[in-house]
Design a protein around this ligand. Structure first.
Ligand code: ZN
Length: 431
């Protein structure tokens, strides 16, 4: 399972690649790909459906026998995006003999973790008369990645900042601009680089959504390999577990539609056309219900008897910062999936949904842990409360324990990916 997760992470340097990786795995499991703008009413939902839009994927498989009066959804939600450095639309800049690329900070980045790393680039490009167009006409969107060491944000030598170890201060505008060459910056250097990469003329590269990724591959870590280190564990570990759970499901229960939704834009608040605040999931569920013969009343009743498992990273206890944790709630690496609770509903879990997910863990034969945030620290959130308030659906927030959340390279337990996958699989299998 860990090797499979490593492959998934390596194939997914951007949310667009993550959505494609998920869709590819689900297609290999037999699910049919369809577009958001296509008619789904004739699709065989017992075979399954995968819909991809940018960095977001919705996939569904229905049970062999669905009575619209009894329909319910078993939903697993996660997110494809991770905090990182994103290129500006006019990125070419530089000073003092260096060529640099201007970046914006995406999400809650641990800025120091991006210093002194060899960085590649990836994302999506809009290209006129692109290289792999079937028709050769009109602009098209292509996925692109470059895994050469292209960029680096060089740290200042300690001799030039003697107090750095007493508190590193990084200005987002001034200190995070990567170098990517020597010489004078040219006005359209990045566009012409992309054109070279795609073997098109510079004017054919119309626009881009491009971001940096650490080139260090995922690795087992520790004396006995009991941990693993990788970029984007938050939240590709949950995306991978959700996809594997749906792809590996031997039978969907009667009257059930098993659904996986992987949203983009969670790290910046989910307000976008493909984020969790958009209608993308609600619309997909309603269209799936309609394709299964349900009318609107039956769809709304199906939502009322459904459950969504929102899967995202959970904070394992940190050995060097015990004072940052709630002493009665200390999740351990390799301790199994964590159920996350918060009285102020920063996590959407309630007693009923918590008990249901704990039962799924029991069925899967894996332990579970409980997380509650320290009272004197503000608590993070997930797509869970957004999905709950958007749909009026019951939600439980869960996830695998991890350290270094939002670092360019995070740390997890080597046994946790298989345990989360098993728990999610049991949830889908039992409804
Ligand atoms: Zn996350």
């Amino acid at each position: 399972m860990l090797d499979s997760l490593f492959e998934f992470i390596e194939a997914s340097p951007s949310p667009y690649h993550a959505a494609a990786s998920a869709a590819d795995r689900l297609s290999a499991a037999g699910l049919l790909e369809a577009g958001r703008s296509e008619d789904w009413s004739e699709l065989d939902l017992a075979v399954g459906l995968t819909v991809r839009d940018g960095g977001t994927v919705v996939a569904a498989r229905a049970g062999p026998d669905v009575d619209p009066e009894q329909l319910r959804f078993s939903v697993i939600g996660a997110h494809t995006d991770s905090p990182n450095l994103r290129l500006r639309p006019q990125p070419d800049t530089g000073a003092l003999g260096y060529r640099q690329l201007g970046v914006e900070i995406y999400g809650g980045v641990l800025l120091n973790s991006w210093l002194d790393r060899d960085l590649g680039l990836s994302g999506r490009l809009v290209v006129q008369d692109g290289t792999d167009s079937a028709t050769g006409a009109g602009p098209e969107t292509v996925l692109w990645r470059c895994d050469r060491a292209l960029l680096r944000v060089p740290q200042l030598a300690i001799h030039l900042d003697r107090d750095v170890n007493d508190g590193l201060k990084l200005d987002r505008q001034q200190h995070m601009t990567p170098v990517w060459g020597l010489g004078e910056p040219s006005a359209d250097g990045f566009r012409s680089f992309l054109a070279e990469e795609l073997a098109v003329v510079p004017d054919a590269v119309l626009a881009w959504d491009v971001m940096a990724h650490d080139l260090t591959p995922p690795a087992r870590l520790g004396r006995n390999g009991e941990m693993y280190a990788a970029g984007r564990i938050d939240n590709l570990a949950s995306c991978h577990a959700a996809v594997e759970a749906l792809a590996g499901l031997s039978a969907v229960p009667d009257n059930t539609a098993a659904v996986v939704v992987l949203f983009d834009h969670e790290e910046i608040g989910s307000d976008s056309a493909t984020g969790a605040s958009s209608p993308i999931l609600a619309d997909a569920l309603e269209r799936i219900a309609a394709a299964l013969g349900a009318d609107r009343s039956q769809y709304l009743r199906a939502v009322a008897r459904s459950l969504c498992v929102s899967a995202d990273g959970a904070h394992a206890v940190h050995p060097n910062y015990p004072e940052r944790h709630e002493p009665q709630h200390l999740p351990a690496l390799n301790g199994g999936p964590v159920i996350k609770t918060n009285a102020n509903v920063r996590y959407a879990t309630d007693a009923r949904t918590s008990a249901r997910f704990a039962a799924a863990c029991d069925t899967a034969g894996v332990p579970h842990q409980i997380y509650s945030h320290r009272g004197n620290l503000p608590c993070g959130s997930t797509i869970g409360p957004i999905t709950a308030s958007r749909l009026g659906m019951s939600v439980v927030d869960v996830g695998s324990p991890m350290l270094s959340m939002h670092s360019a390279r995070e740390l997890g337990g080597s046994d946790d990916p298989a345990m989360l996958t098993a728990a999610l699989g049991a949830f889908l299998a039992d409804g």
